[in-house]
Write a protein of this length. Structure first.
Ligand SMILES: *Cc1c(COP(=O)(O)O)cnc(C)c1O
Length: 430
C-alpha cells in the first residue's frame, strides 16, 4: 500500500502540531506505523490522501451512524450556511433540537447544548456538585468521560479507591475528589458510598462502556447503581456520548430501562459537527445559569450549522425506527461472521457485542472490566490492525476502542470485511 502522501503530511504535521495530530489516538502510537491522512468518505468507505480505499469501522468514533456524507444531513447544512455561520444569540432551531432530545431520551426533561462531549461531562458534574452541595464523584476504571481534570484520574494502588492524577497538570487536589471503582462491581461501589457517606455528589458511568473496548454491564448492575444513588442522594449520570442514539433512539437507558438523573450526549447528536449536550431532570437542570446559580456558558454553543446537522440526524432517527432494526441486524451479522471465522480457525478470542458496537479482544477470558480488558494481547492486536489495514479495513487503532458500524454497512461490505478478517487472523496464526 502506497502511503507516501500521508507519510509526508505526518512528517510536516509534527513540526507544527504536537505529535502531528489534534487528538492522541489518531497518531497510531499503540499499533505502530504512520497515521493515514483522510481526504474524503462516502457511505461505508473512506479514502486517504494517497487514494487508498478502506471499509470504515471508526465512523468518526461514532457520529456517522448513517454512513458518511448522508445526503439529508448535508442538505440541511448547505441550507443553513447561507444564513451565516454563527450569531451567539438564540435560534428557533436549537429549541427544536432541545424538544426532540427531550422526546427521545427518557431521562432528559431539559437540556443545555455545548460543543463537545468533554464539555458536557465537565458541566454535568459541576451541576451535580452545585445541586447537591457535595464535592466527590465516583467514576469507573476504564470509562472515558473526555479530558476534564476530574476524569483524568487513575485508580490508587491496591485497595485504595482515592484517585491519583493520570496526567501531569491534574492536581492532587482535584484527584482527591474522584473515587474510582471497578466496572461491574456493585459491591465495591457500595463500599465507597459507605466510606464517603454524605460526600458524594455524582456517580458517572458509561452504561455500556466503549472506551476500554466494548464492555457490557452485568445483569442488575445498572439497576443496583440506581438504587444505591437513590439511597445516598447521589446524582446518577449516564455518559451516553457514545451510546446515545446508537443503542436505541433513547440510548442505553431506554434499552436497559434504567433512568439516570442526568445524561451527557455528544458524537451522534451533532451528525458529525462538534456538539455535546447535558440534560436531565428539570429540578436539576434549572440550577444552571441563568435559571440557577451554577455557571456554564459557550460563545458557539447551539451553533446554527451544528444544530442543522444535529436536527437532520436526530429527525431521521426519530422518524424511522427501522433504522435501528437495520443497524442491529448489521451488527449481529458482522459479529456472526467474525465468530464463524474464529471457529473455522479454532481460535477462542472474546467478542463483546451490543447492537452496532463490538470489540474483538485478543484474550480467551471474558472481558467485564478494565482489568480483564488489559489482559488482552495488545501486540497481537497491533498485528491484526496492520493486517486489516493492508486488506483495506480501517479499524480503530487500539485494542481498547469499540468498533462502530453504520447503516451504510450493506451485505457486500460485510462480506468484504469478513474475508479480510479471516485472511488476517489466518495469517497471524499460520
Ligand atoms: C467521546 C467521549 C467523550 C468525549 O467527547 P469529546 O467530544 O471527544 O470531548 C465523553 N464520554 C464518552 C463516553 C465518549 O465516548
Amino acid at each position: 500500500m502506497n502511503i507516501e502522501k500521508s507519510k509526508s503530511l505526518f512528517a510536516k504535521a509534527q513540526g507544527y502540531i504536537p505529535g502531528g495530530v489534534n487528538s492522541p489516538v489518531r497518531a497510531f502510537k499503540s499499533v505502530g506505523g504512520d497515521p493515514l491522512f483522510i481526504k474524503t468518505a462516502k457511505g461505508a468507505m473512506i479514502y486517504d490522501e494517497d487514494g487508498n480505499e478502506f471499509i470504515e469501522m471508526i465512523n468518526s468514533w461514532g457520529p456517522m451512524l448513517l454512513g458518511h456524507a448522508n445526503p439529508i444531513i448535508e442538505e440541511a447544512v448547505r441550507k443553513a450556511l447561507s444564513d451565516s455561520l454563527s450569531f451567539g444569540a438564540p435560534t428557533a432551531r436549537e429549541v427544536e433540537v432541545a424538544e426532540l432530545i427531550t422526546h427521545m431520551v427518557p431521562s432528559v426533561e431539559k437540556v443545555r447544548m455545548v460543543n463537545s462531549g468533554t464539555e458536557a461531562t465537565m458541566s454535568a458534574i459541576r451541576l451535580a456538585r452545585g445541586y447537591t452541595r457535595k464535592d466527590k464523584i465516583i467514576k469507573f476504571e476504564g470509562c472515558y468521560h473526555g479530558h476534564g481534570d476530574s476524569f483524568l484520574i487513575a485508580a490508587g494502588s491496591g485497595a485504595a479507591t482515592l484517585g491519583t492524577p493520570d496526567s501531569p497538570g491534574v492536581t492532587p487536589g482535584t484527584a482527591k475528589d474522584t473515587l474510582i471503582a471497578p466496572y461491574n462491581d456493585l459491591e465495591a461501589v457500595q463500599e465507597i458510598a459507605q466510606t464517603h457517606k454524605g460526600e458524594i455528589a455524582a456517580l458517572i458511568i458509561e452504561p455500556v462502556a466503549g472506551n476500554m473496548g466494548c464492555v457490557l454491564p452485568k445483569e442488575g448492575f445498572l439497576e443496583g447503581l440506581r438504587t444505591l444513588c437513590d439511597a445516598h442522594e447521589i446524582v446518577l449520570i449516564f455518559d451516553e456520548v457514545m451510546t446515545g442514539f446508537r443503542l436505541a433512539k433513547g440510548g442505553a437507558q431506554e434499552l436497559y430501562g434504567v433512568i439516570p438523573d442526568m445524561t451527557t450526549l455528544g458524537k451522534i447528536i451533532g451528525g458529525g459537527m462538534p456538539v455535546g449536550a447535558y440534560g436531565g431532570k428539570k429540578e436539576i437542570m434549572d440550577f444552571v445559569s441563568p435559571a440557577g446559580p451554577v455557571y456554564q456558558a459557550g460563545t458557539l454553543s447551539g451553533n446554527p450549522i451544528a444544530m442543522a446537522a444535529g436536527l437532520a440526524m436526530l429527525t431521521q432517527l426519530e422518524e424511522n425506527p427501522a433504522l435501528y432494526t437495520k443497524l442491529n441486524e448489521i451488527g449481529a451479522r458482522t459479529v456472526k461472521e467474525v465468530q464463524q471465522n474464529l471457529d473455522r480457525l479454532s481460535l477462542s478470542y472474546t467478542i463483546n457485542h451490543i447492537g452496532s458496537m463490538f470489540s474483538l479482544f485478543f484474550t480467551d477470558a471474558p472481558v467485564v472490566d478494565f482489568r480483564s480488558a488489559k489482559a488482552a494481547d495488545t501486540t497481537k492486536f497491533s498485528g491484526y490492525f496492520r493486517g486489516m489495514l493492508e486488506q483495506g479495513v480501517y479499524l480503530a487503532p487500539s485494542q481498547f476502542e469499540a468498533l462502530f458500524l453504520s447503516t451504510a454497512f450493506e451485505d457486500d461490505i460485510i462480506a468484504l470485511f469478513s474475508k479480510a478478517n479471516y485472511d488476517v487472523l489466518k495469517a497471524m496464526h499460520a
